[in-house]
Design a protein around this ligand. Structure first.
Ligand SMILES: Nc1ncnc2c1ncn2[C@@H]1O[C@H](COP(=O)(O)OP(=O)(O)OP(=O)(O)O)[C@@H](O)[C@H]1O
Length: 571
């Protein structure tokens, strides 16, 4: 500090000076800071420009790359186009050649198409011609079919009417005769070599004359018996059934039908009705065995006829009974010895309510039941042959038919069991089942017991009683037929259980066929004459009333004392 200067003043000056310096420095700092800020700004601007330039450069490079790629793509494409163009040129050359050749080929194709078209048109025309012809033919066939169907229905109706007329003309009781062949047992006590020899006991004396006449010829007898049909000893079971068949149609038309075999022991009744098989070896089958008799054949035919009817309208029941010593025995019952009686219902219809009646739906089931019944049937050996049937066997097939709807209407107004329906031609028993009117008809197939004379069979005691009862019942049968023939007001059905049981099937509108079975041998001549005489009298029933009282079957036929030959035989 200069001398003399005031120290305070000096310091104050110094401070001022420093203050100025400081202010200047602050101003300098501010200036520098401003410059710095401006520089920062400039830097930022430059940085931005650099970034943009970089981006532009990279874009340029990228564009350059793309343009390189595009260039190579263009080159490649150009090459391809060139190639294509070359190919096209070649194609064009080919096309030109083709176009040049086309008219020629078209002409060829056209020609070929023309030919094919001509062929096709011709074929189509002929085919359409055929189709038209076929359509015409179908239309004609349809018309013919309609006509045939109508004609068939008409024919069926006419056949039905004809059948009924024929059955009426033939009569309700018909008699056929069947001569069985000579059998070994016919020789009696003679040597088998004598079988059929003139003068022997087995000499043939019952002869087939023609299909309506049988002749019995010996030194003492010469008599001809005429029936609706006669079968010779070689005629098969089938031939007999041919005659039986129409009766089954009648059965389904509402008539009761009965077919019975009549003849002496060993004359072929069981063979005719059942066949010659015994109980155990019988094999029910769908096809008829040539040996089968009327019962299996009729049953089979009945099922066939029922099959032709509307489903569910017909049903069948079977019962198997025997009339033994004038008692009715149920052969399907557990107690075959229990006795049964024929009962007349309030409606006048007959039935045996206590007898087993089994529903059946095929021939096998029927035949199985028949065979079951046959096992119980009374058989006992006689002097004639070892399987003589000592009872009448009756197989009853009851057909239940649901009445058509118009019956149901008329029935609604009628009391139960009223038979007014018979006015319409239906004679079966009309009943109700759960308010549904039904018609019941019966087919009774009867294998009668042997009709021989007691003395001939050589039986005694119980067997004699059997034979006596057989003769009585057969005699009652003859009496019934006699009463019917004479149109008597009283027909003695109740004289025997056999006729009482068969009452519905004998007389009235019922159809009865009696098959007379005769042995040809001389040793049975009395029985054969009796049997043939019985048949002859039975024929009177359909020939109308006769003044003469018919002798019963037990009465003998008086032998005729003539030696004339068959040609001059009396009738
Ligand atoms: N037409 C026939 N063809 C062949 N054999 C028959 C003929 N008829 C009967 N026969 C035979 O004769 C024998 C006696 O016949 P079948 O038993 O049928 O007599 P039947 O009259 O029933 O006797 P019965 O009353 O005693 O029972 C049997 O062996 C049977 O095979």
């Amino acid at each position: 500090m200069p001398l003399g200067l005031d120290k305070t003043k000096f310091l104050a000056n110094k401070a001022r000076e420093l203050e100025v310096q400081s202010r200047r420095k602050d101003e300098r700092i501010t200036l520098l800071e401003t410059e710095n800020a401006m520089l920062h700004l400039k830097l930022a601007q430059l940085r931005g420009e650099v970034t943009i330039a970089k981006k532009e450069t990279s874009e340029f490079y990228s564009d350059l790359e793309i343009s390189d790629k595009f260039k190579s793509y263009v080159i490649e494409k150009t090459n391809k186009l060139r190639k294509d163009a070359l190919n096209l040129k070649q194609e064009l050359v080919k096309l030109k050649t083709f176009v040049e050749e086309m008219p020629k080929q078209f002409a060829q194709y056209f020609n070929r198409a023309g030919t094919i078209f001509q062929h096709q048109t011709a074929a189509f025309e002929s085919r359409s011609g055929n189709i038209t012809a076929l359509a015409d033919e179908v239309a004609q066939l349809k018309n013919s079919l309609k006509e045939i169907t109508e004609r068939h229905a008409l024919e069926k109706k006419r056949r039905q009417e004809l059948h009924n007329t024929l059955m009426e003309l033939r009569g309700n009781i018909r008699v056929h005769g069947r001569i069985r062949p000579l059998m070994e047992f016919d020789v009696e006590n003679e040597d088998i070599t004598s079988l059929g020899k003139p003068g022997s006991r087995s000499e043939v004396v019952v002869h087939y004359v023609d299909d309506e006449n049988i002749c019995v010829r010996t030194n003492k007898h010469n008599k001809v018996f005429e029936y609706e049909r006669v079968y010779n000893s070689t005629e098969k079971q089938e031939a007999i059934f041919d005659e039986v068949q129409p009766m089954l149609t009648s059965l389904l038309d509402g008539y009761n039908v009965s077919i019975m075999a009549y003849g002496q022991t060993g004359s072929g009744k069981t063979h005719t009705m059942l066949g010659s098989h015994r109980n155990d070896d019988y094999n029910p089958s769908h096809d008829p065995h040539p040996d089968e008799g009327v019962i299996p054949r009729a049953t089979r035919e009945l099922f066939r006829l029922i099959e032709e009817k509307p489903v569910g309208t017909h049903s069948l029941e079977v019962s198997v009974v025997e009339v033994y010593n004038n008692d009715i025995k149920d052969l399907l019952s557990r107690d075959p010895n229990a006795k049964h009686d024929v009962v007349t219902g309030g409606d006048g219809q007959l039935s045996i309510p206590t007898v087993t009646s089994k529903p059946v739906d095929n021939v096998d089931s029927v035949m199985t039941l028949v065979q079951l019944g046959l096992k119980t049937r009374k058989e006992s050996a006689t002097l004639v042959h070892e399987h003589s049937s000592r009872s009448h066997l009756i197989v009853t097939l009851t057909v239940t038919t649901k009445a058509p709807s118009f019956f149901a209407k008329s029935f609604a107004a009628e009391p139960e069991g009223n038979t007014s329906i018979s006015k319409k031609g239906v004679v079966g028993n009309l009943q109700t089942t759960n308010q549904q009117p039904v018609v019941r008809t019966k087919l009774q197939l009867v294998d009668l017991a042997g009709s021989e004379c007691v003395g001939m069979s050589g039986v005694k005691g119980a067997a004699l009683r059997e034979a006596s009862n057989i003769n009585k019942s057969l005699s009652a049968l003859a009496d019934v037929l006699g009463a019917l023939a004479e149109h008597r007001t009283h027909v003695p059905y109740r004289n025997s259980r056999l006729t009482h049981f068969l009452q519905d099937s004998i007389g009235g509108d019922a159809k009865l066929l009696i098959l007379l079975c005769v042995s040809p041998a001389q040793r049975y001549i009395t029985e054969s004459l009796q049997c043939l005489g019985f048949g002859q009298r039975a024929r009177q029933v359909q020939r109308g009333p006769t003044k003469r009282r018919l002798p019963s079957s037990a009465e003998k036929v008086a032998p005729e004392n003539t030696q004339s030959r068959p040609n001059s035989a009396t009738r």
